[in-house]
Design a protein around this ligand. Structure first.
Ligand SMILES: *[C@@H]1O[C@H](CO)[C@@H](O)[C@H](O)[C@H]1NC(C)=O
Ligand SMILES: *[C@@H]1O[C@H](CO)[C@@H](O)[C@H](O)[C@H]1NC(C)=O
Ligand SMILES: *[C@@H]1O[C@H](CO)[C@@H](O)[C@H](O)[C@H]1NC(C)=O
Ligand SMILES: *[C@@H]1O[C@H](CO)[C@@H](O)[C@H](O)[C@H]1NC(C)=O
Ligand SMILES: *[C@@H]1O[C@H](CO)[C@@H](O)[C@H](O)[C@H]1NC(C)=O
Length: 614
């Protein structure tokens, strides 16, 4: 039996090999077996290595080991740049998934190429007998969901997507922050934004329930401060009231309650209300480099033009666009077009508009329009700049504003149309003589703005009466402000003092009353100064320097005025303080003269004048 077996065995082996005791004519049977074992072991080893490498790669994606560390209170654009989702820091490129709440929506979002997930958090069974302390992903009125926050975080933290959590009830906040704290122990590694509507906003009555801001902020500081806070206004967009928007007081109230928070802050703003509210929203943005805006929308789409307006007047790093398709793509395409005209906010800063060399106001050109031929010549031959337009009433028809001194009369309306049709960069400086002309001029500006034509910095200048410089027959400061606010407020205010009060120059009481009058205005204000009057007092000059922290200064000088050197010292003092905030309404030869004055005398001149005085 044994023999037979061996034989069978042998014969089988013989079928595989030709030589009896050797394999391939080299190996003995024993050696071959050892070789087989070695090869087998090596193959096994290889399989083990490959499998474990594969598993590690897999678990990298799922346990997040390949996510580089990133602080949860870090900047969203920095994060998207770090993970390679965007190539440049620009809020335009960040993309959002709205209401990624229940499992199917969440998974849709996770499987999409969207970069940031926005989701709503409530408490399971909120406001019923069955209220729990489980945070769930649901938008009111839903109080149940197939997804808890914990499940949501576990899924989302395996991805590379940013997080924005929108709290719909204060009861959900503490639970959720506790959960974030736990998850943070194994690494969140992406920005977390925490949103809640904490103030009543446009079209929402003051008694409407909102999240209690002080409780909300306190919980954040206490439980999980490493976030970006997104404090919003509760808003209702009503298409029958398309012009209702964020008011100055809403924005100021928000600023008051968030200004002391240490976190980065992004304010969610309804996209359809952003343009009308822009003066206040841009004021808010200017209050801190930590602030940004996130535009969001409901069912109605914003227009591409309104979005372009926001983009053209803001820093691309500081606006996010949580906007739906197809408008978002149309907007992105339009935003990237080269040489498209900028939709400038007419009340915006002329340094931002003209971008003069060195951001120096001295490098902005000013010209005065005298009649139609002169205007056409300027529009054709000049490089662009501020156009000073003196406005008076037409001789025959007092209700038609015309350009002072023009013969034949050039109506202001025609003048504006010629300027608005030009492709060059023009600022519009309206020098207005009477209350009546003020209203008529503002009406024309309003019409141009409503026709989407006025994308130019627009200044309204008048000599006004107030307090110590009250002079009859001048429009009062209050009336000036009220008229502008009522008819067309999107301008820079450019008030001057009546010439009758300037015999002794810009005396401190004159300056103080002017400052007090405009202190509360939300518009940009530029005080209009006659350069040749500056030398008359030095104390006045000092008050002006003081006022410059709030207001810009425009120095005017005309050819017929006293020669330049007498007022050089005061002028250079004003210039030395802030070159972005001092402007020079004067012919080019004077601007050149100032540019050539030796710089290092600025401060000595100032110091000397001020010391001599005290
Ligand atoms: C999840 O949410 C979406 C959008 O609100 C809804 O259409 C869908 O029916 C929900 N799915 C489940 C399972 O609740
Ligand atoms: C609370 O839960 C009970 C038991 O599941 C249910 O019968 C009841 O309708 C729930 N109450 C509310 C207010 O949802
Ligand atoms: C917010 O909560 C605080 C503390 O609980 C309370 O004192 C305050 O009155 C609340 N504010 C509002 C507007 O309800
Ligand atoms: C979250 O984790 C990071 C990294 O370990 C740590 O520096 C940070 O203090 C944690 N934050 C909180 C609020 O626990
Ligand atoms: C809203 O503003 C536009 C443009 O200023 C104006 O034409 C329109 O009449 C206003 N609509 C309402 C309802 O006030």
């Amino acid at each position: 039996m044994e023999q037979k077996d061996e034989k069978n065995c042998n014969s089988e082996e013989e079928g595989e090999r030709q030589g009896p005791k050797t394999f391939l004519g080299i190996f003995t049977r024993e050696k071959f077996i050892i070789l087989c074992v070695v090869i087998g072991l090596m193959a096994l080893l290889l399989i083990i290595i490959l499998t474990s490498v594969f598993l590690i790669t897999q678990s990298d994606a799922s346990v997040n080991m390949e996510m580089e560390p990133f602080p949860s209170d870090g900047d969203m654009l920095d994060f998207l740049l770090q993970i390679g989702e965007i190539q440049e820091k620009d809020g335009l490129y960040a993309t959002w998934y709205h209401a990624a709440n229940n499992k199917s929506e969440m998974n849709k979002a996770l499987n999409s190429d969207v970069m940031i997930l926005e989701a709503d958090i409530n408490v399971k069974g909120y406001n019923t007998a069955n209220e729990t302390n489980i945070a769930i992903m649901a938008h009111p009125p839903d109080i149940y969901s197939d997804n808890t926050l914990e499940e949501w975080l576990d899924a989302v933290l395996k991805s590379k997507k940013g997080i924005k959590l929108d709290f719909k009830s204060i009861n959900a906040v503490e639970l959720s922050l506790d959960l974030l704290r736990v998850k943070n122990q194994t690494g969140i590694n992406r920005p977390v934004w925490i949103n809640a509507d904490i103030l009543p906003g446009p079209n929402v009555p003051v008694f409407w329930p909102v999240i209690n801001a002080s409780e909300f902020f306190e919980l954040i500081q206490l439980k999980f401060p490493d976030v970006t806070i997104s404090p919003g206004w509760k808003v209702l967009y009503l298409s029958i009231f398309p012009n209702v928007t964020y008011t100055r007081s809403m924005v100021e109230e928000m600023y008051t309650i968030v200004r002391h928070l240490p976190q980065k802050i992004t304010f969610p703003v309804h996209a359809l209300m952003a343009k009308n509210g822009w003066p206040h929203l841009s004021w808010l943005l200017s209050q801190s480099p930590r602030f940004s805006l996130t535009l969001w929308q409901g069912k109605e789409n914003p227009t591409v033009n309104d979005l372009l307006f926001i983009r053209d007047n803001s820093n691309p790093l500081r606006i996010y666009y949580d906007i739906y398709e197809p408008v978002l793509s149309q907007f992105k395409e339009a935003a990237k077009l080269r040489n498209r005209p900028r939709r400038f906010y007419p009340g915006g800063d002329i340094i931002d508009y003209f971008r003069p060399v060195n951001n120096d106001g001295l490098n902005i050109q000013w010209d005065t329009v005298t009649d139609k031929d002169d205007l056409l010549y300027l529009l054709k031959d000049s490089q662009g700049g501020m156009l000073v337009i003196p406005v008076i009433s037409s001789e025959g028809q007092p209700n038609i504003p015309i350009i002072q001194g023009s013969k034949p009369e050039l109506p202001l309306q025609d003048c504006l149309e010629l300027i608005l049709a030009s492709k060059k960069s023009w600022g519009i400086y309206l020098r207005i003589k009477s209350q009546n002309q003020l209203s008529l001029t503002l009406e024309l500006l309003r019409q141009a703005y409503d026709r989407d034509l006025l994308h130019h910095p627009t200044w309204v200048n008048m000599d006004i009466a107030h307090g110590t410089f009250y002079i009859q027959d001048y429009v009062t400061g209050e009336e000036f402000l009220r008229t502008i606010d009522q008819i067309f407020p999107y301008v820079t205010l450019a008030p001057g003092w009546p010439k009758e009060v300037l015999d002794e120059g810009y005396k401190p009481e004159l300056v103080e009353d002017m400052v007090q009058l405009f202190q509360g205005a939300w518009q940009d204000v530029s005080l209009q100064l006659h350069a040749e009057t500056l030398y008359r007092t030095v104390t006045g000059c000092r008050s002006l320097l003081h006022a410059q922290s709030r207001f810009s200064m425009t120095l005017e000088h005309r050819a017929e005025d006293r020669d330049l050197n007498t007022w050089t010292a005061s002028l250079m003092a004003i210039r030395a303080l802030n070159r972005q905030r001092s402007f020079y309404n004067m012919p080019n030869m004077y601007r050149e003269h100032i540019a050539n004055l030796p710089e290092n005398q600025d401060h000595t001149a100032l110091t000397k004048t001020l010391q001599n005085d005290s």
